[in-house]
Design a binder for this molecule. Structure first.
Ligand SMILES: Nc1nc2c(ncn2[C@@H]2O[C@H](COP(=O)(O)OP(=O)(O)OP(=O)(O)O)[C@@H](O)[C@H]2O)c(=O)[nH]1
Ligand SMILES: [Zn+2]
Length: 200
């Protein structure tokens, strides 16, 4: 997939943490979405990579219904330390879109778990496909990575797509009163590697 543009962007998080990223865009990715690659630090031959799925409410507004905002921050900092890439994937709501995710939140407020809520809306538990992510890595000349995730589906899909995953490194766990049921569902139903405090 051809690289379209690369620009340098200084980054500063609300708590003052600052770094710089090279942001790359692509033409012709498999799903036609406007995904971005952020190169942070100086990547070696097996860079640290995070596939971050878009979450407007968590990434931008700081919603504590999920753990996406703190995971994004952590990923940029850790990648800056060793050199690598954060792929910001436009897969809002595990691929179902923002409006449907908010519909799913409303169902969760009535007692459904995060996956049952998706199914009640006619969606699969997780509709994300990482073909475009693999294409982006290949375009960047990356064939083997260390992957920052608790989600076993990400390394499994990437390996099937021909990307070598040398090590899978867990992210931090950011439990709050508002997201603990969500994190429990991820740990028990989709085998995310999360160690949670026992829910009261
Ligand atoms: N459909 C749906 N999507 C959600 C919900 N909460 C968060 N998301 C989306 O889930 C995606 C993030 O997925 P996570 O499961 O947190 O993380 P992951 O990518 O699977 O795994 P990690 O790499 O370990 O973080 C983002 O696209 C969010 O918008 C929810 O209740 N319902
Ligand atoms: Zn989120």
């Amino acid at each position: 997939m051809p690289v379209r543009t690369t620009v340098t962007v200084p980054l500063r998080f609300p708590d003052g943490y600052a770094t710089s990223a090279e942001v790359t865009t692509f033409d012709g990715l498999a799903d036609g979405r406007e995904h971005l690659a952020l190169k942070v630090g100086t990547p070696g031959p097996t860079p640290l990579v995070r596939l971050h799925s878009e979450c407007l409410t968590g990434d931008v507004f700081g919603s504590e219904r999920c753990d996406c905002g703190p995971q994004l921050r952590e990923a940029v900092e850790r990648i800056a330390g060793v050199g690598g890439y954060l792929l910001y994937l436009r897969q809002e709501g595990r691929g179902i879109g923002l409006y449907a995710k908010l519909d799913a939140y409303a169902l969760q407020d009535q007692g459904l778990d995060t996956y049952a809520a998706n199914r009640a809306l006619g969606h699969a538990d997780d509709e994300r496909d990482y073909t475009s992510a693999a294409q982006m890595l290949s375009s960047l000349g990356v064939s083997e990575i260390d992957l920052l995730t608790n989600n076993p589906d990400k390394p499994a899909q990437l390996r099937r797509l021909g990307i070598g995953v040398r090590r899978v490194l867990p992210t931090g766990v950011y439990a709050t009163a508002a997201n603990v049921r969500y994190l429990e569902a991820k740990a028990s139903l989709t085998r995310h590697t999360l160690t949670l405090p026992m829910a009261g």
